[in-house]
Design a binder for this molecule. Sequence first.
Ligand code: ASP
Length: 275
Amino acid sequence: SEERQQQIHKKIQETVSEAYEILEQGGSSFDAVELAVSMLEDSPLFNAGRGSVYTSEERQEMDASIMTGKDNEAGAVSSVTNVKNPISLARYVMEETPHVMFTSRGAEKLARDNNIEQVEQSYFANPDRLKSLKKAQENKKGTVGVVAIDKNRVITAGTSTGGMTNKAPGRVGDSPIIGAGTWVENNSCGVSATGHGEYFIRFSVAKEICVKARYQNKSIQQASTEVMNQLKEIGADGGVIVMDSQGNYAFAFNTPAMARAYKDASSELIKIYKN
Ligand code: ASP
């Protein structure tokens, strides 16, 4: 509805301006991405954190990942049910452990042991999402993702999701998989993806875009459009947000809509539908 579009527009605008402020003040893309993703997780409008879709057992199991071009460092969590901001736990995994990915109970224990904010399942309860599970059991998408570059030219990308509506308990999509849902190489680009996760894993979509841009000497827009078109041909819906090492951005999606925004010192763009 028009009202919903306005709410989405407003939230995205708030998010890009707060994240941009960090970058403008010389902060890291890593801080900017974590902040932006967690703001979107806190909103019930998006399929991540508070707005996460339900599994077939009417629970919410969340996945998130973050990667930075500085030393290719990355952190990810999957199937967490009680962590308020999965992206912050992914950051913790990257910064404070020697590992890249934690899942379910182990990830939740890590949060518990290290005072990363946890909430009751009821915090995520979302009548709209439950209705969409009950009604359609169709695969609604709406993962959140952010890519940023800072004054030191470090790119960071982060992705967070409740997954796909009606997913089987324990099913993990592409969002927490480094190379599939999130990828950064500082000399090429950073990508955050949304879409039918199984395909995005099988085709390492996020990495594929950066590799295509680098080896085939293509712009990130060209590389992303080609990959999204290839996915469409095999029946995989989705989209990506991409930024290269010069700060150029690209959006590509093969669905009717993908809410998206871009901000730099002189311009701001927010869109939901194709045009
Ligand atoms: N990619 C997510 C997943 O498969 C879903 C989405 O982007 O909406 O879990």
